[in-house]
Design a protein around this ligand. Structure first.
Ligand code: ADP
Ligand code: MG
Length: 254
C-alpha cells in the first residue's frame, strides 16, 4: 500500500517552476532518500508532504486521500538545525509533544495522564540515548544530542510519516554514524515511512530502501526559471545491482 502518492505535481512561484511533473508512489514503511543539487526543490518536496505547501497543479495523497488542510500529527519533521525549545529541559521537550496532542489549547496534563506521558517520554529519551541528560536544557547539550532530542520529540507524536531535512548535515562524522545507528532500528520498530533529504549519498545508501534524485534535466541559459526539477533517478536499494550506479550518481551531484 502506498502511504504517499504524487500525481503530476507541479510547484511554481510566479514564473519560476521549481518542481515539474512529479509522479511517485511511496510505499508505506519505506525509507526514501532524496538527493539533488542545492535549490533543486528537495525541501519543497518535503513541505508538500508536510502539507505546508500546495501543488500549483496535481495532487499529493496520503493513503489515497487528499491531505487535510493543516499539517497534522500524522506527519512529523526534523530539520538540519535543532528545533527544540530552549526554555524546556530534555524531558520537557518530549513531554510537550504529548501535552499538545492531548490538550491542544493548554498544553498541560495533570495526575495520572501526566504520569503516563512522563513514562512514555522517558522511554523515548532512553531510546535516543539521552536518559542521563533528562533534566538538562538544550544549551547544555552537544549538537548531536540536540538532534537526538529533536528526533525523540518528533517520534512522540507517533507520526506515520517522518520527514528528515538534512537532519545530520551539521554533525561531525562520528556523531553522524551514531545517528545512523539510532534511526534505522527506530524506523524498523515503529514501522514509519521516512523521507530523508541528504547531501551525503553514502548516508542514503546506508539507510534508505529507495533513492531518488531531483534535478533539472534541461536548462535554458536565457531563462533559468523555465524548467523545474524532475525525478531523474529512482533506485531500489533493496535489490542487488543498485550499487554500481553509485559512482555515476556521484559525478552527477553538485
Ligand atoms: N516560498 C518561496 N517563494 C519563492 N521561491 C521559493 C520559495 N521556497 C522555495 N523557493 C525556491 O524554490 C527553489 C527550491 O528550493 P528548495 O526546495 O529549498 O531547494 P533545496 O531544498 O533542494 O535546496 C529555490 O530556487 C528557492 O529559491
Ligand atoms: Mg533544502
Amino acid at each position: 500500500m502506498s502511504a504517499l502518492s504524487f500525481r503530476n505535481v507541479w510547484v511554481e512561484y510566479g514564473s519560476q517552476i521549481v518542481l515539474e511533473r512529479i509522479n511517485i508512489e511511496i510505499a508505506s514503511g519505506s525509507f526514501l532518500s532524496v538527493v539533488g543539487p542545492s535549490g533543486a526543490g528537495k525541501s519543497t518536496f518535503l513541505r508538500l508532504i508536510l502539507g505546508q505547501e500546495r501543488p500549483s497543479q496535481g495532487a499529493v495523497l496520503l493513503d489515497g486521500k487528499p491531505f487535510p488542510a493543516e499539517p497534522g500529527p500524522d506527519r512529523g519533521i526534523v530539520f538540519q538545525r535543532y528545533s527544540v525549545f530552549p526554555h524546556l529541559s530534555v524531558l520537557g521537550n518530549v513531554l510537550v509533544s504529548y501535552e499538545f496532542e492531548q490538550r491542544p489549547f493548554t498544553a498541560r496534563l495533570f495526575g495520572a495522564a501526566r504520569r503516563r506521558a512522563i513514562e512514555k517520554s522517558e522511554a523515548l529519551i532512553e531510546g535516543v540515548g539521552l536518559a542521563e541528560h533528562r533534566d538538562k536544557y538544550p544549551s547544555a547539550l552537544s549538537g548531536g544530542m540536540q538532534q537526538r532530542l529533536a528526533i525523540a520529540q518528533a517520534l512522540a507524536r507517533r507520526p506515520r510519516v517522518l520527514l528528515l531535512d538534512e537532519p545530520f548535515g551539521a554533525l561531525d562524522p562520528g556523531t553522524r554514524a551514531q545517528m545512523h545507528g539510532l534511526i534505522k532500528p527506530l524506523w524498523r520498530d515503529l514501522k514509519m515511512t521516512i523521507v530523508m533529504v541528504t547531501h551525503d549519498i553514502r548516508e542514503a545508501f546506508a539507510l534508505a530502501t529507495r533513492l531518488i534524485a531531483l534535478d533539472r534535466p534541461r536548462r535554458d541559459p536565457q531563462a533559468p526559471e523555465r524548467y523545474g526539477a524532475k525525478i531523474t533517478y529512482d533506485l531500489d536499494l533493496t535489490r542487488d545491482g543498485a550499487v554500481p550506479v553509485l559512482g555515476f550518481l556521484k559525478t552527477g551531484m553538485g
